[in-house]
Design a protein around this ligand. Structure first.
Ligand code: NAD
Length: 363
């Protein structure tokens, strides 16, 4: 098992990564030094079907445990499911010393974390991530839900008490979801180092990745995320670098319809656009075509669909929570590992999106 420590201005907590470590979950939680009256597992229907009963059995060795299950998928990051989790918490009489266990991917982490942040003005929660993507979402304390008008618009910063990442649970993940998580690993490489990126680019297929390879990439990705969050917990500065590809990515997710495209696939398209603008505006020297071909080979979409107009995407991007006073800040690269933020007006954004789509033969 590997352990990392995340230290932010508001909290310090361990991230445990290892094959089969869920079997030791009672000891891992106990070793954090927090004592809880009750636990409430929040999970989704697909994860519940595979791991729900086992997790209840394991945790019941020490605590009184309840479980709330929401439908799987992005649609569960909603006001309705947020209310449902609160209702269950009240019915189960969770108190201020209770703890929510987020068992699932990024959707569950965000929803359960936000419920924990707001129930009785904030109770503890522990992340038990089950997707590759969650190496990003489970660390750093961003929690929240979507509004019909935009993604992640409602939320809170609330750090978990621990992250317990059993890599054996990734074995049941579909290829599509594995790829989605891999997009965030690529993002972490692009914003951190050439070496990390070249290591990733030696992977030619996502089928047959060994547990060792997965654990190694998770560890590296979490290290990048943790070091950024440590420096800037509340996104006043460098934390924004983690949004590489996300401004267009969020617009794609909202416009295609939540759940119609995975988060990672949307971010993968967003990163292609960010790299294009980085090259044209900042002279980024990256073998962009090679990177694009590699991502395509792995199965990623690399362009937006033709039937949604540039104007629609731009309007969505202007509505993103990272937009300020009618302009949008994009995360760009001067080179791999050298990140910068650049403001674009609505017209400039329109121009670059059109140019990029034209280059890709998408207009
Ligand atoms: N808070 C943050 O900092 C942060 C960062 C990145 C992404 N996110 C959010 O994360 C979400 C995406 O997360 P995700 O990709 O993990 O999606 P997800 O939680 O919806 O999981 C994807 C699918 O995989 C299934 N699944 C999960 N674990 C499984 C397993 N071990 N075996 C089989 N099936 C499994 C789920 O039921 C779901 O259908 C988005 O809402 C995104 O906004 C948040």
């Amino acid at each position: 098992m590997k352990t990392l420590e995340v230290k932010t201005s508001s909290a310090t907590y361990p991230v445990y990564i290892g094959d089969g470590i869920k079997r030791n979950i009672v000891d891992l939680i106990t070793s954090t030094g927090h004592s809880f009256t009750k636990l409430m597992i929040v999970t989704d229907s697909a994860v519940d079907a595979i791991y729900g009963d086992e997790m209840v059995r394991l945790l019941e060795q020490k605590w009184s445990v309840q479980k709330v299950v929401v439908p799987n998928g992005e649609q569960s990051k909603s006001f309705a499911q947020f209310e449902h989790v609160h209702t269950k918490a009240i019915q189960f009489q969770l108190d201020r010393s209770s703890c929510i266990i987020a068992l699932g991917g990024g959707v569950i982490g965000d929803l359960a974390g936000f419920a924990a942040a707001t129930y009785m003005r904030g109770i503890d929660f522990i992340q038990v991530p089950t997707t590759l993507l969650a190496h990003d979402s489970a660390v750093g304390g961003k929690t929240g839900i979507n509004h019909p008008l935009g993604k992640n618009l409602i939320g809170a910063f609330h750090q978990p008490k621990a992250v317990i990442y059993d890599t054996s649970m990734l074995e049941t993940l579909s290829q599509v979801e594995l790829r989605s998580g891999f997009a965030e690993v690529i993002k972490h490489a692009l914003i951190s180092s050439e070496d990390f990126l070249s290591e990733l680019m030696s992977i030619r297929s996502l089928t047959g990745l060994s547990k060792g390879e997965l654990a190694h990439m998770l560890y590296q990705g979490i290290q990048v995320k943790a070091s950024i969050v440590q420096e800037d917990e509340k996104e006043q500065g460098v934390r924004a670098y983690l949004n590489l590809g996300h401004t267009l990515g969020h617009a794609i997710e909202a416009e295609y319809g939540y759940g119609a495209i995975t988060h990672g696939d949307a971010i993968a398209i967003g990163m292609q656009f960010a790299l294009y603008v980085s090259e044209k505006q900042l002279g980024l020297r990256l073998h962009r075509e090679e990177l694009k071909a590699w991502m395509k080979e792995l199965g990623f979409p690399i362009q937006v669909t033709q039937d949604i107009s540039t104007k629609i995407f731009v309007d969505r991007m202007i509505g993103d929570k990272k937009a300020r006073g009618g302009s949008v800040q994009l995360v760009l690269l001067k080179q791999v590992g050298d990140v910068t933020l650049h403001s674009f007006t609505k017209d400039e954004l329109y121009h670059w999106l059109e140019e990029w789509k034209r280059e890709e033969g998408c207009l």
